[in-house]
Design a protein around this ligand. Sequence first.
Ligand code: CP
Length: 306
Amino acid sequence: MGLSSRHLLGLQNLPKDDIQLILDTAVSFKEILNRPIKKVPTLQGKTIVNLFFENSTRTRTSFELAERRLSADVLNFAAAASSVTKGETLKDTARNIEAMKIDMVVIRHNAAGSAHFLTHVVQANVINAGDGQHEHPTQGLLDMYSLREKFGELAGLRVCIIGDILHSRVARSNIYGLQTMGAEVSVCGPATLIPKEIEKLGVKVYHHIDDVLPNIDALNVLRIQLEREAGGFFPSLREYHRFFGVTEERLKRAGKPVTILHPGPINRDVELSADVADGPHSLILEQVLNGVAIRMAVLYLLGTQQ
Ligand code: CP
């Protein structure tokens, strides 16, 4: 039994069996990550290129570590130091790199659909590491893995995503993936940062954080992109924190523990107070470790397909 596709482009329409297989496979890889020797020969002889056209800390290092833990040969490409700065297109860049006989491409790009486009121009397996405001499937998977590890199962779990839903690929991947697995998903944020008609995806919409907290098991807190203040989506970061900031005081008022996730990078004391980020109900650093296990699982399942 394997994945139903040669690529991982998004969680929208990804079958439940595929998600289940990735999450189950990641359990074995997490166990390997906790061993004294964390390397296995599974992808020996495979070459993987990380094509990053946008900045990244967690996702790029997490993919690279996952690839090295699986013994693949790794090629890192950063747009700023490449011929992209001389006007080369994504298609030419990708085809030139593939001519060097690579097996898999991990791509992050600011254009929605870029990973999908790449599947039409290269033979290699393509993994989407974030395409514009569209999807970030491995982030969605690692969030689901972290929740399943904590709660035992995803079906029936009540998860709210709070913050800038409008511009967030993490929100979209989480909504699609969690719903496929039977979780109940809601979103919360200022009206200006909630996409119109998002209810049609089957999510509940809240505009007051205090209405949400007593009714959920977990809260996935999104980074407030600082440029959104200048874009007029909310009056000031201070005001955002006042109305939507996740603080210890607010969580206490909810009267029950709420598990906290954040995909990073965090703006401390904007969307999340420092004591909550570092507190006992935060899964934030566990998410980072789980990200390596999830990426190992995806690379393994795609890289060993017949
Ligand atoms: N979560 C996430 O995508 O972080 P980076 O932008 O640092 O990769």
